[in-house]
Design a protein around this ligand. Structure first.
Ligand code: FAD
Length: 297
């Protein structure tokens, strides 16, 4: 089993920042990332609240910059999904399907996973046309795409898809729009985006290479044919399975500086890049103090 002093599960903004700061202290953290470095930020149309970019910066551009900083420092990264983490009283075991690792200090920065459509709504033959992140549709152009949701992500996704020259429909089952007003203003400027309210999805079928969406609105039932369906139904914390004995010691391990939960995974509704980055940085500083045997000031 390979041992590292510090391991980080998740290579989004939080995990990458923790690794960058730890490297600056002279440590050699090992980061596990199941998909690609950058995390959810790949989906952000325009990040306007991250300091240092007066005109805003696209999510992918910001990922590029953080990734450059990460690779310049020679930080170790393994592209593996971590399935399970355990703590035996002395060290952590971190397991993927293929390998087991151990470490003294663990950072969990696994972010969130998308909430899915209710089971039974999407038949198997339609599943390949159903998405939950707009970055998975980045190669689409001139397609018709339906988004279900009414929050920031739904409207942000629509802006990306329209700027890639797709026809977009946003379906809100109610009338309340939870997205930032500035996102709504931008969406309304695109003639290729149509917004529907009081319209719920109640059936999905795969028909001749397209999806047929059965919708219910105030006038009754209607249907739409689209190339893809994108769910923007909210997100929930994710990460590897934590064993019972780890979970039982969670608070204690966090207090004594061995375990750190950072970023969106831990931040409830306060899911923003600058917060995740700050969390990662703070965890690295605490780890530095812990490993040097210093008390917090
Ligand atoms: C459409 C959209 C627009 C946004 N716009 C903005 C914005 O304008 N401004 C802003 O500040 N924020 C924005 N955000 C939010 C921002 O992207 C997140 O707050 C930020 O990415 C959180 O960073 P994180 O590192 O905590 O988690 P994530 O970015 O989710 O990264 C977690 C990483 O962990 C990996 N992972 C998960 N489980 C495992 C596992 N078991 N093993 C290995 N790896 C694992 C994932 O693959 C992922 O790469 C937006 C988000 C979306 C979806």
């Amino acid at each position: 089993m390979k041992h590292s002093v510090v391991m980080i599960v998740g290579g989004g903004p939080a995990g990458m920042t923790a690794a960058i700061q730890l490297r600056r202290y002279g440590f050699d953290p090992l980061v596990f990332e199941s998909k690609r470095l950058g995390g959810l930020l790949w989906n952000a149309n325009l990040v306007e609240n991250y300091p240092g970019f007066p005109g805003g910066i696209s999510g992918p551009e910001l990922v590029k910059k953080i990734s450059q900083q990460f690779s310049h420092l020679g930080i170790r990264m393994k592209r593996q999904q971590i399935e399970r983490v355990d703590y035996d009283g002395e060290i952590f075991t971190v397991e993927s399907k293929y390998q087991s690792f151990t470490c003294d200090v663990l950072v969990l920065a696994a972010g969130t996973k998308p909430n899915q459509f209710p089971s039974g709504l999407i038949p198997d033959e339609a599943a390949s046309r159903v998405y939950y992140e707009v970055s998975d549709l980045a190669d689409r152009c001139k397609a018709s795409i339906a988004i279900i949701g009414a929050g920031d992500a739904a409207f942000d996704y629509a802006l990306n898809l329209a700027s890639w020259e797709n026809e977009v429909m946003i379906f809100n089952r109610g009338t309340e729009i939870k997205a930032l007003p500035l996102l709504l203003d931008r969406v309304l400027k695109f003639s290729s985006i149509t917004y529907y309210q009081n319209t719920s999805l109640n059936a999905v079928q795969s028909v001749e290479g397209k999806l047929q969406l059965g919708m219910v609105d105030v006038s009754g039932k209607t249907s739409y044919k689209v190339d893809a369906l994108l769910g923007a139904l909210g997100r929930s914390p994710t990460g590897p399975h934590r064993t019972e004995r780890l979970s039982a010691n969670l608070a204690h391990l966090q207090e004594n500086g061995r375990l750190h939960l950072v970023g969106d995974l831990h931040n409830g509704i306060y899911r923003q890049t600058a917060i995740a980055v700050g969390d990662g940085l703070k965890a690295a500083m605490k780890i530095y103090q812990f490993l040097r045997g210093e008390d917090e000031q």
